[in-house]
Ligand binder design. Structure first.
Ligand SMILES: Nc1ncnc2c1ncn2[C@@H]1O[C@H](CSCC[C@H]([NH3+])C(=O)O)[C@@H](O)[C@H]1O
Length: 349
């Protein structure tokens, strides 16, 4: 995913996606979201939220920690207060509860890697008009990652943060059985989904297939979790790669929107063939069923620029899955909507 869902942000005073309806204020619709993004991303890059994770600080101490100027730190902190990301108590600045929760290591999920990824995506979006004209990217994100290795690393770290958020939903909804022993994690990137399932189910071992650009940290992460014997990462193009025999559970998590409809149809057929009878396919996706949804529309524009692909409707998945032979299809819409949906299907016994 490309820029996927954003964590719940501090309550906005007004929905910035709605036009102001006032000619004098029209430019504010562009200027304020730009500055809001720039300030939050800069705070992430400077480590400002993390610096406040241990407790409130006055500007001189905060500036010291960030190795930044006192005046710059003050202007940034002042603005972050006005948009609800910081609170001010006298001379001291503190994270709001939401900032602490979503943008620090002390929180539930630390999306700071998403801020760092958004800094990479920022200049790309400046070129969106060219993608609209062409109808797709000049070079896909995956091609760009081949000669800019930091892109792949930053993107995988962002996906890792998402996986921290999605992990509990997956564990709750995917019915792994005692006889399920082999997990294939297509586009498995950071490896955290495989790691969580292998931790929960001791009978499982996993194979992760992804492009080399996504796997730079994966072996280290697997080893850090003490799972080097049970989880292996194998670099390659998922449609042509050797999937090493039969599997019992296949993950296709946030991968379909990076492929064309025909590639997905083909992949789903290949997955069916690679599953043992009774095996499960688990898809995580953003379904294109909801019309006029600002998040989904923004995501499709991002894909136009980054990969030239798109999101698909649930009916399309049903068609691909049913024609491959899958049965017992189940759709689970996650809460909130921006978290996407799970589709679980079974290869009949
Ligand atoms: N052709 C391809 N072959 C293998 N992996 C791919 C291909 N195209 C995109 N990917 C990978 O698909 C992943 C999509 S991001 C999703 C990562 C992970 N499944 C998660 O849910 O957190 C990235 O790691 C890409 O490198």
């Amino acid at each position: 995913m490309n820029t996927r869902h954003t964590p719940p942000a501090p309550a906005a005073k007004r929905d910035v996606c709605q036009p102001t309806g006032s000619a004098e204020l029209a430019m504010l619709d562009v200027y304020m979201p730009m500055m809001k993004s720039a300030a939050i991303l800069s705070a992430g890059k400077l480590g400002l939220f993390e610096a406040l994770a241990g407790g409130p600080l006055a500007i001189p101490a905060l500036a010291d920690k960030l190795q930044a100027s006192a005046s710059g730190t003050r202007f940034l902190a002042d603005f972050l207060v006005t948009i609800g990301y910081l609170e001010q108590h006298g001379e001291h600045f503190a994270n709001t509860a939401s900032t602490q929760r979503w943008f620090t290591r002390a929180g539930q999920v630390d999306y700071t890697p998403g801020l760092l990824w958004s800094l990479e995506a920022w200049p790309m979006m400046g070129d969106l008009s060219a993608a609209v004209r062409r109808g797709g990217p000049e070079r896909t994100l995956w091609q760009a990652m081949e000669d800019q290795p930091q892109l792949g690393k930053t993107f995988s770290a962002y996906m890792d943060a998402f996986a921290g958020d999605l992990g509990p939903d997956l564990l709750a909804h995917v019915p792994v059985l005692p006889q399920h022993q082999r997990l294939l994690d297509l586009g498995g990137s950071h490896g955290m989904h495989s790691i969580r399932f292998c931790q929960r189910y001791p009978q499982l071992s996993a194979l992760i297939v992804d492009l080399p650009s996504a796997l730079t940290e994966t072996d280290t992460t697997i080893a850090r979790h003490g799972l080097a014997e049970r989880i292996h990462a194998s670099p390659g193009e998922l449609l042509v790669h050797d999937w090493h025999g039969q599997h019992d559970v296949v993950f296709y998590l946030s991968v379909a929107h990076n492929h064309t409809a025909n590639e997905n149809r083909l992949a789903i057929r290949q997955i069916y063939e690679a599953l043992n009878p009774g095996g499960l396919l688990v898809i995580h996706e953003y379904l294109a069923d909801t019309p006029h949804n600002a998040f989904l529309s923004a995501f499709r524009l991002t894909l136009l620029y980054e990969t030239g692909t798109q999101t698909y409707r649930y009916g399309e998945y049903v068609d691909w899955l049913a024609s491959a032979g899958f049965a017992d299809l189940k759709r689970i819409d996650l809460d909130p909507l921006e978290k996407g949906s799970l589709i679980i299907a079974r290869r009949p016994d």
